[in-house]
Write a protein that binds this ligand. Sequence first.
Ligand code: PLP
Length: 451
Amino acid sequence: MFDHQALIEKSKQYLWLPFTQMKDYDQHPLIIASGEGVCLTDTQGKSYYDGFSSVWLNVHGHRKAELDEAIRKQLELIAHSTLLGMTNVPATLLAEKLVEITPPGLTRVFYSDSGAEAVEIALKMAFQYWQNIGQKEKQTFITMKNGYHGDTIGAVSVGAIDLFHQIYQPLLFKSFKVPYPYVYRHPSRDREQCKQDCLQALHHVLQEHHQQVAALIVEPMIQGAGGMITMPPGFLSEVARLCREFDVLLICDEVATGFGRTGRMFACEHEAVRPDIMTVAKGITGGYLPIAATLTTETIYEAFYADYTELKTFFHGHSYTGNQLGCAVALANLELFERENLVEQVAEKAAFIAPLLQELASLDHVGEVRQIGLMAGVELVQDKETRQPFAWENRMGYRVSLKMRELGMLTRPMGDVLVFMPPLCSTREELQEMISIMRQAIEQVTQGEQA
Ligand code: PLP
């Protein structure tokens, strides 16, 4: 059906792939041709489990009939019209739905096309909110160490993964980086101690600098790209409380965690946290089309609502914002969530895989297994006792992921943390099989490594 070899040559000749050292791609090329359910098939007909939901997006599987149909139906009306000064039918209905399902207090929806843009908008919105109400000194942000919020310059400015972000330092605006409770790497190795130390550090920054701070941005309950690092219980709610105390807006970045991924519709629900601004993307369309949104409160919205000449307008927008096909499929996706009771199912499936994942912790080079809902990370280490990581040049996470590919599952590691984020619709059997592939790959690649 496909001229596999010709496609491979063209991909090597013309493409430059995101977050990819092209030398790696040239050595291990792969072209996906189709998908069905939780599997992807390449141009040679080899099938793989989509073990990372095509970068954390896919919800109901590939080629879900209801989602395909929603796009076809919308196509019969129109594919796209602008949201500048007007709206469209699915964008309007989706906004209503998003307000209904997100935490109380969020009443306004501002669309964009990717998680990074949703974050960019959240930052500009928070900044301008304080400007519009006359608190002009509130110009900076607090962010968590090792956090990730996307790759545009604003999002990188509040990001803190040195490997990705260091090089751009001269281009970035200032933000305060506070410690994140990475218990496994905290000297005490104690969850409560680690949590208290981090909260104390945040308290200190807020006390010293709150008059300059517009907002704090956080990935609720788990840092994704930072290495699937779960927060100790009570941390997020305490962060939210401190933000309120010091009059700093709270931005919850639910781009990765939103739409059922953690076993709740949104991760901040685990601790009944009500953000002032929330960003969503990825799972919003079930993994079909690029829609993102930034939600906020009426208080913030009202600070922008004025005569045009007062110059309080939010001057931000993108050409494809509120795309009708995307909004239509997002609506169909959210209907499926309800019809299939998906969030409850995720919680059940998460409980089912928890012991299977924890069994991996008995392997010689697995330091820790972290999981919330269907979002999990397996941290590989050279030495379990001392928690010493593998040497960076060893590329252990990458090598194990390549082995998984060979064994029939695709995922993408974060350094030496293996990522497991299967489509939410995966059955117990499929989940079991995926974890078994992960186990085999770890065993085969780490065999013979010195402990
Ligand atoms: N925020 C978080 C928490 C993310 O995990 C990501 C992507 O992984 C982003 C923002 C950026 O989203 P996008 O890749 O759609 O720009």
